[in-house]
Structure formats: structure tokens, C-alpha cells
Design a protein around this ligand. Sequence first.
Ligand code: MG
Length: 334
Amino acid sequence: MPSRFEFRRYRLPFRAPVRTAHGLWREREGLLVRVEDEAGAVGFGEAAPIPDFGTETIDVAAEACRKLGDRVDDATLATLPANLPCLRHALAAALRPETSTPAVASLGVAALLPAGRAALAQVPAKAELGFRVFKWKVGVADLADELALLDDLCAALPNGAKLRLDANGAWERRHAERWLERAADRPIEFVEQPAPPKNRDLLLGLAHDFPTPLALDESVAGNADIAQWLGDGWPGVYVLKPSLLADLSAALAQLEHAKADVVFSSALETAVGARTALQAAFAWRTAKPRALGFGVYPLFADARCDGPFAAPFLRWEDVQRLDPAATWAAVPGQ
Ligand code: MG
């Protein structure tokens, strides 16, 4: 029997503007879906599009929701076109709640550092809290200045800590090579998206030429991208933003089959999407789990929309405690 379907579009201000590679964000737009079956079982899902990553816009997702009417089932999911990855993700999450048991009881979380020199001042306090993986945005300032800062930052890290560098596709070959030469004998966990997604040959070449692992983020924003990089035998890390994937379970099955090295990462979604993503992260089986890219909360002005508070470790109980119904209630209806 089809389930009852509702959706609520949201526009949620952030507590403070978020600086991304695509500019300054002051608010997040997206939508939540709610389904309820004949027996009264309720499921929630979230579409949190990022058009710069190749997803649909929120207007397109909302329009498609209006056309769905008030009943949905698995057949509805199958008929949604491929150009609606975030809506397909939301509906799949709502109709097919994750049931697998967690593979781990807790996972580390990477501490987010601000770009530029401001990062330095934040390391001691975060180290004191217990963070041991730090993420720093690079490729935003002068190359020589940033390379000098890298040394200061490495010197400030606590013993055994690692630094993730995220270039958001900013570098040309020569810049990327300078960074990767420098990274080789420093505690760099990996360098994320050192070159633009379209520059596949450069990315593959760099991954083979330098010892520091490289990670793909913008390059693997959709199911088809993941399949293509797996086919190319990408030797580095896959940064997965589960909220952007039309078919999360298919992507995870392909990555698992390839024994891929995966980092689960936030798309600045609410607790609804964060819960789906984190359930997948906890179900992921690997000998050496990498720290989650979910150190983004508190994020929203309305705390009822937040995922789990950024702490050095996230426990399975923290994920189970997320309450999608509370976030749904916090978002005004149409
Ligand atoms: Mg990134």
C-alpha cells in the first residue's frame, strides 16, 4: 500500500555565516519529507541540494514534491528522474529506514579550522578537548604565505595528530606539486580535492606521484561519479556526502566491493539528513575508520535542526538520539 506523503521546504539561518569554496552561506535551503504507512510507521528524509556539486536546485526539488501528490511508494522512487538526486535520496531514506546494526560503537570526528592564520589560534583549545584530526581549508590565500602557515600549524598540533588539507579544487598542477612536496614529510592525513573535478588526469597523476594520500570530494558528488572513479581505480580516499547521493546504498555497496577508503562528510544538512548519513557511517565496515567530516554543529540558529554537537568522538547512541520528528516540527509547514 502507498504511504501518506508530506514535505516541508525550509530556509534555515545559520548561527554564523559559513565560508565555503562557493562563497559565504548565511542560510541553508532544503526540504524534509515525511511518509506514514497504513500501520502508522513514520519515516523521514532530507533533500539538501548543493547545485554547485551538480545536484538539482531546491526549487526543482520542491516542484517535483508538489507533483508527487499525497501518496508515495517504492514505485514512486523508481519513477523519479536521475536529475533529482537529493529528492531521490530523501524519499529513499524515508521509505527504507536504515536497519543494519552498527559496525563500530564510536567514531572520531575531525575538528574544523578556519582558513588562513585564524586556524592557528584554534588548535590549542580543540586539542585540549581531545580532537586529534584537524581540517584546514587551503588554496584561499597566497601560496608562499599558506606554505609558511602550514609549518606553524604542524608545529602547533598535539603529538600524533593529523591534518587534513582541503583545496576545494583550487590548484593548478604547479601549485598542487608544491603543496604535495611539502606535505610528504609532514603529518598530513590527506589532501582533499587538490585539482578541479574535471581535471581527472591531473588528479590521477598526482595520486601516483606523491606519497601523501589524495581525497576526492567535489569529484564524487553523484552515484555516476563514484562508479567512474572506482572504474579508474582511484588509489586515494573518497569523501562521501551521503545527502547528495540519489542511491546511497548502491554507492556504499560499490565502494565496499572495491574495499574503498571512505570519509563520511556533512553537506550542512539538518539532523534529519545527518542521521541518515551517520547511520551509514556507523554501518560502514573497515579496519581503520577515518574521522567523520561532521564537526559542523551547532550550525543552525534553531538548535532543533542541528545534528550532533561537534566532539572528538561520536557514539552510536548520539546518532540514535537524533530526533527527526523534532526537526520536522521545527520547520514550518507550507
Ligand atoms: Mg571538501
